[in-house]
Design a protein around this ligand. Structure first.
Ligand code: PHE
Length: 452
């Protein structure tokens, strides 16, 4: 078997992991959840959950990955020496592989939408108005073509492996993403109406803060945004050197991810209020702010249209930003099944990539053909239920089934203070008791609803 890949440096890991974490969840999910859940009050709850729950859970994945140096199935299967623990671990690992694949199957459709909207202004500028209309009208034909294109891009990067695929492309794409994001924010904040949006985003309304649904959305958002509960961070952790200070890398990653989500809100929410200036309705009759596809594909394009000729370029830049964000995340989803298939069955990476990539693509096409019945179901199943549940299982493996000394050694490796660092001392206990308790408490109302 070929030697396992490894990121070339700390920066290489950070670019790849931030590429995974920063995605549609940050630029689309976070701002809209914030706007509909009390503005800055949601941001505060979210930040608290990101650092007090998601960060230690992220450390469970990174640490198990780095210590076991294997794909998610074999890594979890070897956390504890017992036979039962081995089978349970492998089963949880398989659930991770399945969930990563499910997420990729619907995410690739969304990403395809971003690509078709990116090309539309070009087609329209070139005079092909009919093509332009087709590109912005949802339907199985268009969706399938762009899902295929996006999936092929994802597979081509993953075939390259850890350094020449994931790291190389994340390092190229992440700086472009940040540049486009900042340029767009500056532009939008100069437009009329932008300040009203900024106010809604930044002035807290604490009235809904204890609502269990709000807490659950914030937790789901934090897990999804940090790519937790599917094995992505475990496998990225398995490519990190023993010399790196893992708790610090994880903290940087959490900061980058929440920072970019927060920054994206400075673009999306003000842009909605600029759209309102242009005559677009941004509130539903029930008084709710536009959030889903309507926001990205109707509200924002109306801002771009209102800007005349420059609007086309702003639209291209915006959808390019979304496509890049989606691509660096989708490669990290595909790496989960690919690393499992290639390592566990000792299959060449190229074959493993195209085989799993094509199988997932086939499922995406099935979803595209049955969009109304399947899309929401698959997305909810994977992100609302499976991700937090598997995240919970990762914490239980790290906290309860892993030998405490071994776990401490693993997380302390590369830390300048070694096992005497306070984080290293607190974390095993925290991930054992506090993380599971928080996840279970927040999941409970949903589970209760399922059975009532
Ligand atoms: N974190 C990505 C986003 O915010 C989504 C993702 C989930 C990526 C799970 C990998 C694994 O869009």
């Amino acid at each position: 078997m070929a030697a396992r890949g490894q990121f070339s440096s700390r920066l290489g890991f950070l670019m790849a992991a931030a590429g995974s974490a920063v995605g549609l969840g940050n630029i689309w999910g976070f701002p809209t959840q914030t706007a509909s859940n009390g503005g800055a009050a949601f941001v505060l709850v979210y930040l608290a959950l990101a650092f007090l729950l998601a960060y230690p859970a992220l450390m469970a994945e990174l640490t198990i990955g780095r210590a076991k140096r294997a794909n998610v199935v074999d890594a979890l299967g070897s956390v504890s020496t017992g036979k039962t623990a081995h089978y349970v671990g492998a089963t949880v690992g398989l659930a991770g592989v399945l969930t990563a694949s499910l997420i990729l199957s619907f995410y690739a459709i969304l990403a395809g939408w971003m690509m078709s909207h990116m090309i539309e202004p070009i087609a329209t500028l070139a005079g092909a108005t009919e093509t332009g209309t087709w590109l912005t009208t949802q339907g199985p034909g268009r969706d399938i073509i762009f899902t295929i294109l996006f999936s092929i891009l994802t597979m081509l990067i993953i075939v390259g492996g850890v350094r020449d695929g994931i790291e190389k492309w994340s390092t190229r794409l992440m700086p472009s993403l940040i540049t486009i994001l900042i340029a767009l924010i500056i532009y939008v904040l100069m437009q009329p109406g932008a300040m009203d949006g900024l106010k809604l985003y930044l002035v807290p309304d604490f009235s809904g803060i204890t609502n269990p649904d709000l807490l659950l959305s914030a937790m789901g958002q934090a897990f999804f945004s940090l790519s937790l509960g599917v094995g992505t961070m475990l496998i990225y952790g398995s490519y990190v050197s023993e010399k790196e200070n893992l708790p610090r890398l994880g903290a940087s990653l959490t900061l980058i991810d929440t920072g970019i989500a927060f920054t994206a809100g400075l673009l999306i929410i003000p842009a909605m209020f600029v759209a309102q200036e242009y005559g677009t309705t941004i509130y539903s009759e029930a008084g709710e702010l536009a959030a889903g596809p309507g926001l990205i594909f109707a509200v924002l394009p109306s801002v771009f249209d209102g800007m005349g000729a420059t609007g086309s370029f702003v639209a291209i830049a915006f959808f390019l930003l979304m496509s890049i964000a989606a691509l660096t995340s989708s490669i990290s989803m595909l790496e989960v099944p690919v690393s499992f298939v290639s390592e566990h069955f000792n299959i060449e990476r190229k074959i493993a990539t195209f085989a799993t990539g094509t199988a997932i693509l086939a499922f995406s096409i099935l979803i595209a053909l049955n969009f109304d019945t399947m899309f929401g179901f698959v997305a909810d199943l994977a992100t609302v239920y499976l991700e937090p549940l598997i995240g919970l299982a990762f914490c239980i493996f790290a906290g309860w089934l892993w030998n405490r000394n071994e776990a401490m050694k693993a997380i302390a490796a590369g830390h300048p203070d070694g096992e005497s660092a306070w984080f290293v001392k607190v974390w095993p206990w925290y991930v054992k008791v506090v993380c599971p308790a928080l996840i279970i408490t927040m999941l409970f109302p949903t589970v209760q609803k399922l059975f009532s």
